[in-house]
Design a protein. Structure first.
Ligand SMILES: *Cc1c(COP(=O)(O)O)cnc(C)c1O
Length: 484
């Protein structure tokens, strides 16, 4: 039992509100007014456990997911998430705790967060990490907010953030949301930041530079030091979008490259499941100079005890209720501890080898305009099939008929008819060969039987939809008696 005083103290610590003079109600009858309480039993369907299970297994089997088939959705890192992560994060010691519990009673949970902060700091070469943001995009927003507050602390008010035309949509979105002006610069023919174009736009009004490395073309940006020197010379900060960190784990660290801030996508790089919008974790790492701006609390340790540390005076505040998605942290912690330093390096090696293997096998059929320094993903083009009336969309849809999730299409914008392919590090050679074979067959079909290809997919439970119509008139009911 938590005594009232400990509870009050812990509420005050976390929220700044004092409950000292309030009466805490604990009886449900007192908490929920009579008029809101149910008067009769709800009319719930009566089904057996077996029937319920069959129902859910049947609908899940109609879906496509990583445990069912290959999922080369570029940028998203749809890799295998080890089952042991799920087992551990659902242990009662984790699921039966509450964020309002006194610190002394949740030392184990705090230790996991503390260790994860430390591991991520080591992996990225930064001095401290906040685990609070719950998505990559929220990590970006947090990072941009830190950039804003850093300049404010120096009595500066620069308005612009620069980024290349290959950047992920969330980069300009989060930057604009914060009120900065986005300055886009073009990439070179190799798909890298154009230093000359950068120099042309750099001035004292630049707050920072945002870069994904490897970038969304799968190309490794080799000139980060030069870019950082230019940006730092006008007082700006370097932000790395860390969504592609599986390509570099254990080999290089953003902190050593010249970046000041990065976000992690624990739900991509560190194998916590994602899709459908969450839950995720977009933790943010920063240099020692920027630590004071991180969201509060971070987890600290004093005299062998872990505690919620609210001491950072210039903290940007909270970006999420309580401490973020804790279960996601447990999974990422498991993954990092299980693989260790050597294992994390092998993640990067396999991610890069798999992607280069697939690229070299299919580039004859689907050219890859930016193919030097390719890392964990690459962007092929379906433009050769336009003359047969076939679009990248048709190619992607046809892959579903071969049991493969469609790659990301029409992104990045700088590749015509883009097919963005990320095999990930967890796929074996047989699966990759199967995918390569399917791509070759589709290439042949596009030339010999384009009309059929335009009807794809024909095998999944729902055939091709008019996507605009489907978004405008959402119909999520599925009639199980009307299968094709
Ligand atoms: C996925 C991704 C993001 C955004 O991360 P979310 O967790 O989906 O918000 C940002 N940048 C890149 C390059 C990504 O692949």
């Amino acid at each position: 039992m938590v005594t009232k005083t400990i509870f009050e103290k812990s509420v005050k610590n976390r929220t700044g509100f004092s409950l000292a003079n309030s009466k805490i109600k604990t009886d449900v009858k007192e908490l929920i007014p009579d008029k809101l309480r149910r008067k009769k039993q709800p009319n719930l369907p009566e089904v057996s456990e077996l029937d319920a299970l069959r129902h859910y297994i049947e609908i899940s089997a109609k879906n496509h997911f990583i445990e069912k088939g290959f999922y080369p959705l570029g940028s998203c890192t749809m890799k295998y998430n080890p089952q042991i992560n799920e087992m551990v994060c659902t242990l009662p010691g984790f699921t039966h705790i509450h964020p309002m519990q006194p610190e002394a009673s949740v030392q184990g949970a705090l230790e996991i967060m503390y260790e994860l902060q430390k591991d991520l700091a080591n992996i990225s070469g930064f001095s401290q990490v906040s685990l609070q943001p719950v998505a990559g995009a929220q990590g970006e927003f947090t990072g941009v907010n830190i950039i804003y507050n850093y300049h404010k602390s120096k009595s500066r008010d620069p308005k612009k953030i620069i980024m290349p035309d290959s950047s992920h949509g969330t980069n300009p979105a989060t930057t604009t949301m914060h009120g900065f002006e986005v300055v886009e610069i073009k990439s070179t023919d190799e798909g890298k930041v154009d230093l000359e174009a950068l120099k042309e736009v750099v001035d004292d009004d630049v707050a920072g530079f945002m870069l994904t490395n490897p970038n969304t073309l799968g190309v490794f940006e080799t000139q980060v030091k030069e870019i950082a020197d230019i940006i730092h010379s006008v007082g700006g900060l370097m932000y790395m979008d860390g969504a592609n960190m599986n390509a570099i784990l254990g080999y290089i660290r953003p902190g050593d490259m010249g970046f000041d801030i990065t976000h992690f996508n624990l739900h991509k790089t560190f194998s916590t499941p994602h899709g459908g919008g969450g839950p995720g974790n977009g933790g943010v790492g920063v240099t020692a100079e920027l630590e004071e701006f991180l969201p509060s609390p971070i987890i600290s340790k004093k005299e062998g005890k872990y505690y919620l540390d609210y001491s950072a005076e210039n903290s940007i505040g909270k970006v999420h209720s309580f401490f973020g998605n804790f279960a996601v942290m447990v999974k990422a912690y498991m993954y990092i501890k299980m693989l260790g330093e050597k294992g994390l390096k092998r993640v990067a090696e396999n991610a890069v080898i798999n992607s280069n293997y697939v690229m070299n096998q299919i580039k004859e059929y689907f050219p890859v305009p930016f193919h030097d320094d390719i890392m964990h993903e690459f962007v092929a083009s379906g433009k050769n099939y336009r003359e047969y009336g076939i679009k990248t969309l048709d190619i992607a849809k046809r892959l579903l008929d071969y049991g493969v999730h469609a790659p990301t299409i029409y992104f990045p914008l700088i590749v015509k008819e883009a097919l963005m392919i990320e095999p990930t590090e967890t796929e074996g050679k047989e699966t990759l060969d199967g995918f390569i074979e399917a791509m070759k067959i589709i290439s042949k079909e596009a030339k010999e039987n384009p009309e059929e290809l335009k009807k794809a997919p024909t095998k999944p439970p729902i055939a091709r939809l008019d996507e605009t119509e489907a978004i405008k008139n959402l119909d999520i009911k599925f009639d199980f008696n009307q299968e094709k």
